[in-house]
Design a protein around this ligand. Structure first.
Ligand code: GLN
Length: 201
């Protein structure tokens, strides 16, 4: 980021809840770009991998020749927020993948897809997230994954009452199982933008 100009955050826009992330980020005063091509990686200060369907995003990333460059960008240290399917894309390892499903990796965790059951078992929860003050976040869990293994350099930032891990971070990535953008609460995005600001110091 040059001087005090707002950062530019890319939102992977192949599939999923792109518009909701875009609206929240714009409200927080940053520039946003809907990323559909590799040449749009240039100049991004951060990246959001939205919720949606991780196996579809994986297929499209490979079809469009974006998977390797995106994996390199993510592993290269650009700050990334992955929500739900986005968390699955970041995970090194997945349980319940469809045949041939791959991830970008870079976040040393194992996630279990659809850990709470099907769409009808989607629900809302209040979740305390480390680093976020005020009341718990009201979030939606929609065919959500949970984190079943946390590797070195990864911290747990959110758990449900039953102990399920639904939020993690490492030095450049935040991954959550839930959708903060559905309720419109912007505090997780603010936390992410702090990471973006720190990476530019
Ligand atoms: N179950 C989806 C997947 O595996 C994730 C759901 C979501 O992003 N809301 O990609």
């Amino acid at each position: 980021m040059a001087g005090s100009s707002p950062p530019t955050i890319g939102i992977l826009a192949l599939q999923g809840d792109v518009a909701e992330h875009e609206a929240l980020l714009r409200r927080l005063g940053v520039n946003t770009v809907q990323v559909r091509r590799t040449d749009q990686f240039e100049g991004l200060d951060g990246l959001v991998l939205p919720g949606g369907e991780s196996s579809v995003m994986d297929k499209l990333l490979r079809l469009f020749g974006m998977k390797e460059p995106l994996a390199a960008l993510v592993r290269g240290g650009v700050p990334v927020l992955g929500t739900c399917a986005g968390l699955i894309l970041l995970a090194d390892d997945i349980e319940g993948a469809i045949a041939g499903q791959e991830t970008l990796g870079g976040l040393d965790v194992r996630v279990k897809r659809n850990a709470f059951g099907s769409q009808v078992e989607s629900r809302e929860e209040s979740v305390v997230v480390r680093g976020i003050g005020g009341p718990p976040l009201d979030v939606a869990l929609i065919r959500a994954p949970i984190v079943t293994r946390v590797g070195e350099g990864v911290d747990v930032i959110a758990t449900l009452d039953g102990g399920e891990i639904v939020g993690v971070e490492n030095s450049t990535m935040i991954g959550v199982s839930f959708h903060p953008e559905v309720s419109g609460d912007d505090r997780l995005h603010s936390l992410f933008l702090q990471k973006v600001a720190e990476s530019q110091r």
